[in-house]
Design a protein around this ligand. Structure first.
Ligand SMILES: Cc1cc2nc3c(=O)[nH]c(=O)nc-3n(C[C@H](O)[C@H](O)[C@H](O)COP(=O)(O)OP(=O)(O)OC[C@H]3O[C@@H](n4cnc5c(N)ncnc54)[C@H](O)[C@@H]3O)c2cc1C
Length: 433
């Protein structure tokens, strides 16, 4: 890792992956006594940290990793600077359990997070994206972050020791020795460097809405998030964003242009209100979803929160450009159906820094290659899981009938096993006394 001493490291994007990498690299270099420390600069498109906070959603970060990777996102935040995981624990939201429900939100199966005797779970942390991102960013010295700096293209290093050239939207340029591309799912740098590595439309349009702040969260919502399987090939998701706001989404098969068309409509407040009052209830009914709780949440939707997203993903690509590495969605965008994008961004940031500093390589490029080869598997697994989940919600006809029947049966079997377990824990010890 002598190749890092005094080098200029540029990161495009102060999101979850970019900030994790910055913190992990600084920590690892200090621990290994790299001198002088590499100088780190994060270039962020937005004008400040709170620009995207209106995209309010929360997700689960997990202790366990995927594939051969032992690390999960929660383990990464535990490994980062002292204090980060404690700060995040203060910001934790309720609702760590997952449920698959019937069309009227009757839980068919519950995937509960393991809890200790006090009812706390150490395996999953439910957190708002903005809280995770801002907590990480608050630990990066402000002098290292340049806001309003949109990276648009880069020229890889031509040979070992030569700099990478970086270009911004205002036509200014910068040089660095290592560029970490962390500018999210629609990465401008990836498009410029690897134009053939396009995102793939996965066929579902997701419509999102959030409730007005509820003074009291419906008790069911605090117990977890819910995938509501309608009768038709579509699905609704309900989950609390924080202690008094619920987010819902309705996903259905649609042409790729559908999300853009809807977002254009939502820019006009009167059209958005009309859509919310008439079209949303119709779409929910057409999906075969309903029930009092679901309707009461949809009725409280804040019209300004309406948003449509196309489900996009892309398998991770090899790293062949000298001096350039990718982390998070810029490397492997995944649909919300994988439920793992934030975890992957955290793990990528940590693993790339680890490989560069601790990997025992002779050059930064060798470390990047090793990182790329070692960590392709886990993101591929998560993307494929997301694709399977989408196939599951869009199943129709007999396939859908068998799926729902299968879930009901599993729910009954798990329920029986659980009650047998509680019988064992209550009866067996007293019988042995
Ligand atoms: C509605 C929704 C629900 C989700 N649910 C889950 C979930 O349940 N579980 C989960 O694990 N994940 C979930 N995700 C995915 C998760 O949010 C992302 O995978 C994660 O944020 C990716 O982190 P990142 O750092 O790669 O990118 P981002 O967090 O998107 O950060 C990219 C950063 O780069 C900046 N940027 C963009 N372009 C440029 C540029 N040209 N130059 C400089 N800076 C730039 C952006 O402003 C941003 O700050 C969900 C996503 C959405 C949208």
């Amino acid at each position: 890792m002598a190749y890092l001493a005094g080098k200029r490291v540029a990161i495009s994007g102060a999101g979850i992956g970019g900030t994790t990498f910055a913190l992990a690299l600084e920590k690892a270099c200090k621990a290994r006594g790299v001198k002088p420390l590499p100088s780190i600069t994060i270039y962020e498109r937005d004008a400040n940290a709170s620009d995207r906070e209106n995209l309010g959603y929360s997700f689960s970060i997990m202790q366990a990793g995927q594939g051969k990777a032992a690390l999960g996102g929660l383990q990464v935040v535990r490994n980062l600077e002292q204090g980060i995981v404690e700060e995040l624990a203060q910001l934790q939201e309720p609702g760590a359990d997952s449920h698959i429900c019937s069309q009227t939100m009757q839980p068919l199966i519950r995937i509960g997070a393991k809890r200790d005797d006090t009812g706390k779970t150490s395996e999953i942390m439910r957190i708002m994206r903005s809280n995770l991102r801002n907590t990480l960013l608050n630990h990066v010295p402000p002098s290292k972050v340049r806001y309003s700096s949109t990276c648009v293209s880069a020229v890889p290093s031509q040979r070992e020791g030569q700099p990478v050239q970086l270009r911004f939207a205002d036509d200014s340029t910068a040089e660095c020795d290592l560029l970490v591309v962390a500018d999210g799912a629609n990465s401008k740098l990836r498009t410029a460097l690897l134009p053939h590595e396009q995102n793939r439309y996965a066929g579902l349009c997701m419509l999102f809405g959030r409730t007005h702040e509820l003074s009291k969260l419906p008790p069911e919502m605090a117990q977890g998030h819910y995938l509501v399987l309608g009768k038709k090939p579509s699905a609704m998701f309900m989950g609390c964003v924080n202690r008094n706001t619920v987010m819902w989404s309705l996903s259905s098969p649609a042409p790729q242009s559908a999300a853009n068309d809807l977002n254009a409509l939502f820019r006009d407040k009167a059209s958005a209100q009309d859509f919310l009052d008439h079209e949303v209830p119709q779409r929910v009914a057409a999906a075969g979803c309903g029930g009092d709780l679901l309707h009461s949440i949809i009725d409280r939707t804040d019209v300004t929160s309406l948003l449509a997203l196309s489900t996009m993903d892309k398998l991770p690509h090899p790293h062949n450009d000298n001096g350039i590495a990718y982390v998070g969605d810029a490397w492997h965008p995944m649909s919300p159906f994988s439920g793992a994008g934030a975890n992957m961004a955290l793990v990528d940031g940590w693993e790339l820094a680890h490989e560069l500093v601790e990997g025992g390589h002779s050059s930064a490029q060798a470390a990047i290659q090793q990182y790329s080869e070692k960590h392709t598997e886990r993101s591929t697994i998560a993307i494929n899981q997301g694709r399977r989940n989408m196939g599951f919600v869009t199943a129709s006809g007999l396939k859908r009938w068998f799926l729902v029947a299968g879930i009901r049966t599993l729910g009954i079997v798990f329920g029986l096993l659980k009650s047998q377990k509680s019988l064992k824990t209550i009866i067996w010890p007293s019988f042995r006394k």
